[in-house]
Design a protein around this ligand. Sequence first.
Ligand code: XMP
Length: 526
Amino acid sequence: MPNIHDQRLLIIDFGSQYTQLIARRVRECGVYCEIHPFDVPDHFIAEYAPMGVILSGGPETVTAGSTPRLPEAMLAMGVPILGICYGMQTLAEQLGGVVQASDQREFGHAQIRAEQPSLLISALGGAEAGHRDVWMSHGDKVTKLPEGFVVTASTASAPIAAMEDPQRRLYGVQFHPEVTHTAKGDQLFSVFARDICGCEGSWTAENIVEDAIAQVRAQVGSDRVVLGLSGGVDSSVVAALLARAIGDQLTCIFVDNGLLRLHERDEVEAAFAPDSGIGSSLALQIKTVDAKDEFMQKLAGLSDPEDKRKAIGNTFIDVFEREALALDGVKWLAQGTIYPDVIESAASKYGKAHVIKSHHNVGGLPARMALSLVEPLRELFKDEVRRIGRHLGLPDSLVFRHPFPGPGLGVRILGEVKAEYADVLRRADHIFLTELRAAGLYEQVSQAFAVYLPVKSVGVVGDARRYAHVIALRAVETVDFMTARSARLPYDLIELVSNRIINEIEAVSRVVYDVSSKPPATIEWE
Ligand code: XMP
């Protein structure tokens, strides 16, 4: 098998909120790439030896002298470069062109007109002289081309909307081909990565799996590995991958903390059972630990969200450590770290668009247990993790699950957590998700769940007065979970769910639907 990392592109991050999208589009063309901040050292660029470079957009202006620039070493390499938005502007300026602030910001849909035959621009389709729909978001624009460049596309407000020097294989586009609003933007990346840079496209699910298996085998040899299996997509895919790679050297520990969704434990066990699609070919050992009482005891009397998070995290570490150390000779801890986590922790000191996540599921474990880490998904985006999960034979019900927070229902029961509240919430949540699936809307929303509000409200059921607690329903649409808006679910569906919850669960007198956006609200209630 060819080394799937050999033919690779380098994405230089100038702080755009779309940088990860650029990398995902390139990967979708079957080409490996990595994102690195614009201030990477020259020796890194030489060692990385990309077949091409893409420069992201960014929030700064090249009209100010102190803003980020492209390392000169990159220009000297002679490989193709594609600058997007800010990336195009800094490329133009550094090569002797001129960039100026526009009177008006151009934001949203725009149409470009092709000005010259161009391999890159013709990838966007349309008649040769026709218009193409693109997405713009810029204040500055290139007003004078650098030596050797031609204009390949224009818009009404940006006469130089795309430029290139085909001899030197340098390209710039003012619009954003990485966002889906730019029609056929993916084709533009394919032409750049494959036709212009010459990458062959060996980054496929099959090759990624084979490569990861070979790497894990080389890394751990005949040592034993332990994995915390949560039932989420990432840890399930790690389990499937490691089981393929090292078979019975792997032991998975599934901790039932009493804060799981209804049937969650059964579903995970069933997904990997010997008679399941994947289980029949794997000898996966899962050790299920019932630690419900321990968690409830640690949570008793706590109502502050941060205190609850800490208690749940620490108890998880205690239980996991105890169980893992009870296994003989474990040397490695496997984790489902994925590429966005890696990018975030390595972000440039400059990276203004990066938001630091405060959620860590198993922080503290490796240091405390003196185990080395195996992280076979470190290079992968979530959509790639899903793709290889499917390739490995995991059921869609696991692969396309909504995210579920590490502290589980613990942050969806407001205030003090009690086992009876968790039981009620599990049932209400299950009704909501069942009806959402039945309406064909589960895949349309990014995350949906119920929240337990321990405030009392009066209701009337039959002829009787009911004075009981409230359930809130939350469903959001989001791309990156950093911002989100409440999903416009059909009223009939919300009403059906509300009726079912109140009729079937005596401990609930009222159901409400949360319409807050993030920001200012967060997705979870705590
Ligand atoms: P918020 O509530 O911050 O959530 O808008 C954004 C996304 O992160 C998930 N989330 C967590 N995930 N541990 C996790 O693993 C946590 O403590 C945690 N808190 C929130 C949340 O479900 C949403 O997908």
